[in-house]
Design a protein around this ligand. Structure first.
Ligand code: ZN
Ligand code: ZN
Length: 407
């Protein structure tokens, strides 16, 4: 089968990979009808999330048709149309039962403290083969798949695999009350869904911060008040907009930008240079003038902005990706403002069934952020365009060539 395979930093290839087979009785095999490229994939390709095993199939967003189920999968059958939540969880442990699917004790073969297990990630997340392929093995399929009603299209469902639930999770842990003033930092696909979710939860105002005009336009379409941080100081502007009080809730939907390789405190400059050159083979520099923040020198700029823009006793929600090696945070300012801080990897399975229902009911059409659909065989070019943030490449769906699709 065709699949997008990781070989090294800056080196991904479209190749023929062996078709997956049922390995455990709780597995299912899914024939993918849609996959997608995600900002998180860039972290793997650029090496900000290191320790990838060469040969790993990339991708953690998928929609498809059940092809085969193991003996212990009692809620699905061949032919069922499904969306695959990005993180892998057992459904049996105490964490899963409490809704903390991203902290599952049972799914990560590296042990209980190894972190969130997900498709197409580094060794410490499994590793599990990803979903940018024609077929995939889904472990713990009884909770690792969610059935799709016919009213929800593949174009809508592919956004419910990761991006929409992640934005929704960001708004959920921000504890938004009706009327709240909410700032969303980062208007990429996840940020757009954080905006949409904040509105669904009754936010009175949503202020969206980014530097890319097309993203700010999309945020404005959703009713957000927009701030371009390249044209104005985001903190001063937000203070001015909120009567010098600041926002009640802030959501960091940026994390460490994939353009800043995080190399940790000990590194030598020759290796860095080689690394950067190699990295930019597939992933050219996006913003050569914007590198005023040096990795490891302090907290990310977005965290500093968010903490300064928050009102006293406000809540910060962090859903942007930070690697394990990142250990800088503006704790002094946060402590002295009595802020609450919540963060983490999205517990996808907690939200996916509800979001499927909300899309079916017409509360929201997630396909609005989908800007491109490409065949799986064009994946490498799609990766490059996505990586360069070329206009119109906000969110890219990949369609396996062999697939027959619903609507
Ligand atoms: Zn993703
Ligand atoms: Zn579990």
């Amino acid at each position: 089968m065709k699949a997008v395979v990781f070989h090294g930093i800056g080196d991904i290839r479209l190749e023929n990979a062996p078709e997956p087979r049922i390995e455990e009785k709780t597995d299912a095999i899914v024939r993918l009808t849609a996959s997608a490229i995600c900002g998180t994939d860039l972290h793997m390709i650029r090496g900000t999330m290191g320790n990838m095993a060469p040969g790993t199939i990339l991708g953690h967003e998928g929609v498809g048709i059940v092809e085969e189920v193991g003996k212990q999968v009692r809620n699905f059958k061949k032919g069922d149309r499904v969306v695959i939540p990005s993180t892998i969880a057992c459904g049996s442990c105490s964490y899963c039962r409490a809704g903390y699917f991203a902290q599952c004790d049972g799914a990560n073969p590296n042990g209980k403290d190894a972190g969130t297990a997900f498709f197409g990630g580094p060794k410490d997340t499994g590793p599990f083969h990803g979903l940018q392929a024609e077929y995939a093995r889904v472990p713990f399929a009884h909770v690792g798949l969610v059935k799709l009603p016919r009213q929800v299209t593949d174009d809508q469902a592919i956004l419910i695999s990761d991006i929409f639930p992640t934005g929704y999770f960001g708004a959920d842990i921000a504890d938004i009350h009706e009327g709240a003033a909410v700032a969303v930092f980062g208007c990429g696909p996840v940020g757009q869904f954080a905006i949409a979710s904040a509105k669904l939860m009754g936010a009175g105002r949503v202020i969206a911060i980014d530097r890319i005009e097309s993203r700010l336009e999309m945020a404005k379409e959703q009713g957000a008040e927009v701030v371009n941080f390249e044209k104005e100081d985001p903190v001063a502007t937000i203070k001015e907009m909120t009567g010098a009080i600041g926002v009640d809730r802030a959501i960091d939907a940026v994390g460490i930008d994939a353009e800043h390789p995080f190399k940790g405190p000990a590194h030598d400059s020759k290796k860095d240079k080689e690394f950067t050159e190699q990295q930019h083979k597939i992933a050219p520099k996006q913003n050569p003038n914007g590198e005023n923040w040096k990795p490891g020198s302090g907290p990310s700029e977005v965290l500093e902005w968010a903490i300064e823009a928050l009102a006293k006793a406000g809540t910060l929600s962090i859903i942007g990706v930070y690697p394990l090696t990142m250990n800088a945070f503006p704790i002094g300012k946060a402590m002295n403002k009595n802020l609450s801080i919540k963060m983490g990897n999205c517990n996808h399975r907690k939200y996916v069934p509800k979001l499927v229902d909300m899309v079916r009911a017409g509360f929201i059409d997630p396909a609005i952020v989908l800007t491109k659909t490409e065949t799986l065989t064009a994946a490498l070019d799609a990766y490059k365009a996505f990586d360069l943030r070329q206009p119109g490449w906000m969110k890219v769906e990949l369609r396996p060539a062999s697939s027959t699709r619903a609507a």
